[in-house]
Design a protein around this ligand. Structure first.
Ligand code: ZN
Length: 435
């Protein structure tokens, strides 16, 4: 009956939380700041490469066939079932002085899913690959590992980009023992990949506030990025009467005050509008500001909403400039449309979550993730595990172990589900669970 059980397990497989905890703790020690200031594992640094070799040994320890591709992605393949492979993973690099969970959790959770299935004698219907991606966090711009697998690396960026110390990406890769000239070899054949599933911490407060362990990501928000300059006249703050000023800061402040109204009229619950960077000139207490340069970053899950938000921002900026006698310039730095997660993957996560007694909300991701790039290669989807206090990219980033256990079990059962089903074209997944 072993074969029957492999196809349709009669019991519910579960992950080993202690083993996962042990791995995550060990991984957090690689690149740990000696003064206790978090995990400092910048892409292609010595610590980052050590983490890659470490996870590769862990993969080999459970019998996976491993390799590190030209751009540093670590890949461990479990040769079971047949047809294209289901890919599971996240990134291994960190931001400066980041936390132990961002990215790393998704890699050790993926490995734990595989080992737990091996323990239970359950073989998925398709090959499985555990992947630790490279340069996601953006030392050089971000998402390099996923872009290389999807075959969408912008070549001019790849060859010229450098970090904030002026170190070029290609030089950092060579220093790390990788071969930047061979980056195209990391590209995956879409015919050999069935799906990509990512578990990641939420990095925000929504799940924690709602006391939910896990959420299913409906998609990654689109984002537009502007630089706005308002120019007035710098003048003496004591001698220039209030009504005779062309105060650039007041223009900026008028716009910022209009943001809640813009969102109320044009936004959705997934909308975000942020003025995050401001430069005032001359930036002196006794001088009326003559020039304000500031960023506006807008996000939503719907491109039409993004367009409406952008239009309302233009109107509000023009009104603020007019009211304060300022010259207005708006430059769009980038506009990136939203990436919806694959509907069948979302359905599979929801089906398995219901079978596990979880009630995960469907939510947008305001942050960028490998999943949005992998969606250009294959059917991609992701889940979030609650972040305690919503803290992330900081040393005290943390997720509770029971929440991690729930999320990893959801990943495991969705892996079995997705491996078993066709996921082709318009074929809908039948409403079945794996027990
Ligand atoms: Zn991350």
């Amino acid at each position: 009956m072993a074969e029957k059980r492999a196809a349709e397990p009669a019991f519910r497989a579960a992950i080993d939380l202690e083993r996962l905890k042990g791995r995550l703790t060990a991984l957090a020690e690689i690149g740990a700041d000696p003064s206790g200031q978090g995990v400092h594992r910048l892409s292609f640094s010595a610590a980052d490469m050590e983490a890659r070799r470490w996870i590769r040994r862990e993969m080999e320890g459970i019998g996976l066939k491993t390799r590190i591709d030209a751009v540093g992605n670590v890949i461990g393949r479990w040769e079971v079932g047949d047809g294209p492979a289901v890919l599971l993973g996240s990134h291994l690099d960190s931001v400066p002085h980041g936390g132990a969970f961002d990215g790393a959790l998704g890699v050790v959770a993926a490995l734990e899913c595989v080992e737990a299935l091996m323990d239970h004698g359950i073989e998925p219907a398709a090959p499985v690959e555990v992947i630790g991606t490279s340069e996601e966090e953006g030392r050089f711009g971000g998402m390099l590992g996923a872009q290389a697998m999807a075959g969408v690396v912008p070549e001019s960026w790849f060859l010229t980009t450098a970090d904030d110390q002026g170190v070029k990406l290609v030089d950092a890769m060579r220093q790390a023992g990788l071969d930047p000239d061979a980056y195209r070899s990391a590209r995956r054949d879409p015919a050999e990949v069935k799906a990509f599933l990512e578990l990641h911490i939420e990095q925000g407060p929504v799940l924690d506030r709602a006391a939910r362990p896990v959420g299913i990501v409906e998609g990654i928000s689109g984002v537009f990025n502007w630089v706005v300059v308002m120019t007035g006249a710098a003048n003496h703050a004591g001698t220039t009467p209030m009504e005779l000023r062309n105060d650039a800061f007041r223009g900026l402040a008028d716009f910022a005050a209009a943001v809640p109204e813009i969102l109320a009229e044009q936004g959705t619950p997934a909308s975000r509008l942020t003025v995050g960077k401001v430069d005032l000139e001359p930036n002196f207490p006794h001088t009326v500001p003559g020039r304000a340069e500031f960023s506006i970053v807008g996000r939503d899950m719907d491109e039409a909403v993004m367009t409406a938000l952008a239009g309302a921002c233009r109107t509000a900026l023009a009104a603020a400039a007019e009211r304060n006698g300022l010259i207005l310039e708006i430059s769009e730095i980038s506009w990136l449309g939203p990436t919806p997660c694959d509907g069948d993957i979302v359905a599979a996560f929801a089906r398995q979550a219901a079978a596990l007694g979880l009630a995960p909300p469907l939510m947008p991701s305001g942050a960028g993730h490998d999943t949005q790039i992998m969606a250009q290669l294959t059917r991609a989807g992701m889940i979030f595990v609650a972040s305690a206090g919503g803290v992330s990219h900081a040393p005290d980033e943390h997720s509770d172990w029971p929440d991690i256990e729930a999320g990893t079990n959801l990943l495991l059962h969705t892996l079995l589900d997705v491996a078993r089903h066709g996921l082709r074209g318009d074929e809908r997944l039948p409403g079945m669970s794996d027990d």
